[in-house]
Design a protein around this ligand. Structure first.
Ligand SMILES: [Zn+2]
Length: 393
């Protein structure tokens, strides 16, 4: 990765979207300087290379769909080595705030303005250093929040990654070299940007899901995808062999009829072309020094996208039950009950169950409506749904 003016401009843009402006005060100015300095260091870092030889003989990934989901979830719950930033919960300091980036770039006027929703707040209130507070939480609480307070979007990534891997490892050739039985699952918390790898040509595949086919096509048209940790990307990118490929794999969570009349999730693919850093709200945690920052990322791909294969629709998997069992195994029943009482005192579990249907492609009126309104709010440059597990992988 070369640190260049384009990356610098992307970061400055991202800072402006959060309301950081060097002309405002010394604190903002210092923050911007430190962020740019750290990003420059990050882009030069190299990381450990994927051990393709040991993956080649590793065939432990389950061939049963439900077991695959459990395998992937177990990998997450057992990971203890989370970055410091993940062990904080973010709190609103102003009522009605929803953690999003409050400013957008008005290109015509060549300036940054508050989005319509944020005009109700003063610029002072929206100062990111005053707007958020961060409370330290334990590892078990972080994991509990990640699984039981998560949204459909956040769950879907990992559940579909497991489903896609389970199918592709058994039935699909590598997209790049066309070899069969050479794909391996390499996802989880400790690796990002390489959910699947091919042990023949060393290609890497990062899996993303979108709520619908239309939404997925829109993303490809715009050619902007929210990615995981920019730091992890740089480490990996700097360690790649010259001919090694990195692909983005995207599939819709609703199923569609293919030409044979089967219900499937069509899986699309394109080579990763460009990745730029993005600032996230956790970067404003005063307990973290800039050198501990993980930037988020925005991915652009080499178009046109290609169809890779159809992922068959499968039976509903009750993954919330699996999560509950694994959580209790890892921590304890007492810890689960304590956190459950703390977060869900008077609420039933019904909500979690209905989210499950959506993630499994079972359309239910209310959930579809809920998703639609969520989608309405997720315009480009607006989404800030930070999934800590994937973000800090
Ligand atoms: Zn290959």
């Amino acid at each position: 990765m070369e640190w260049d003016s384009a990356l610098r401009d992307e970061l400055l843009h991202s800072l402006h979207e959060w309301g950081v402006s060097p002309v405002r005060n010394k604190k903002h100015k210092r923050f911007q300087t430190e962020v740019l300095r750290h990003a420059e260091i990050v882009t030069r870092k190299r990381g450990p290379v994927v051990k393709f030889s040991s993956l080649k003989t590793n065939t432990t990934f389950p061939t049963d769909m439900e077991e695959a989901v459990e395998f992937v979830l177990r990998n997450i719950i057992e990971e203890k080595n989370l970055p410091k930033a993940a062990l904080y919960e973010r709190v609103n300091n102003i009522d009605g705030d929803d953690f999003r980036r409050p400013f957008y770039q008005n290109r015509k006027m060549n300036k940054y303005e508050r989005k319509k929703y944020y005009k109700r707040f003063t610029i002072e209130q929206l100062d990111p250093f005053k707007r958020f507070a961060f409370n330290k939480i334990s590892l078990s609480e972080r994991k509990f929040r990640g699984w039981f307070l998560s949204t459909v979007d956040e769950d879907a990534g990992i559940i579909y990654e497991a489903r896609l891997a389970c199918h592709a490892l058994q039935y699909e050739p590598c997209f790049h070299c066309k070899c069969r039985k050479t794909l391996r699952w390499n996802g989880g918390v400790s690796t990002s940007w390489q959910d699947l790898v091919c042990t023949k040509c060393n290609s890497m595949y990062e899996v993303k899901t979108r709520e619908s086919l239309d939404r997925m096509h829109d993303d490809f048209d715009r050619n902007k995808f929210y990615g995981g940790s920019f730091n992890a990307y740089c480490k990996l990118k700097n360690s790649l062999e010259q001919d090694q490929k990195m692909f983005l794999v995207v599939l819709p969570r609703d199923f569609n009829n293919n030409r044979k009349g089967e219900d499937t999730h069509p899986v699309f693919i394109a080579e990763v072309e460009h990745v730029v850093p993005r600032i996230v709200s956790s970067n404003f945690n005063p307990a973290l020094s800039t050198s501990e920052f993980h930037f988020a990322s925005m991915i652009s791909v080499r178009l046109p996208k290609r169809k890779w294969f159809d992922l068959p629709k499968t039976e509903k998997i009750n993954y919330v039950e699996i999560m509950k069992r694994l959580f209790i195994e890892q921590f304890s029943l007492g810890e689960y009950q304590r956190l459950d009482a703390e977060y869900f005192e008077d609420e039933s579990d019904n909500e979690a169950d209905s989210e499950l249907d959506v993630a499994n492609g079972m359309k239910e009126e209310t959930d579809v409506e809920k998703l639609k309104s969520a989608v309405e709010n997720l315009k480009v440059g607006d989404a800030d749904n930070e999934n800590w597990d994937s973000m800090y992988g």
